[in-house]
Design a protein. Structure first.
Length: 71
């Protein structure tokens, strides 16, 4: 049981470190915030790194992570 939990935690951390996001879930969160999920703006918010969005447009990184990763 402990081994399985460790594998799941490590898998999650590897995916998180790789910057993997669930784009479909991100698009759903765009809609919840009033942005068209099919729009270019939502696409950019869901596919561009939070660091780049912050540097280019001043997007708050904490809010960006909340949108992209749901946390």
């Amino acid at each position: 049981m402990a081994t399985r939990t460790l594998v799941l935690v490590l898998s999650f951390l590897v995916l998180l470190a790789a910057g993997c996001r669930n784009e479909k879930a991100c698009r759903e969160r765009c809609a919840a915030l009033g942005t068209d999920p099919g729009s270019e703006q939502c696409t950019m918010l869901c596919t561009t790194s939070c660091k780049e969005l912050n540097q280019t447009f001043g997007v708050d990184e904490a809010h960006c992570h909340e949108l992209q990763y749901g946390r």
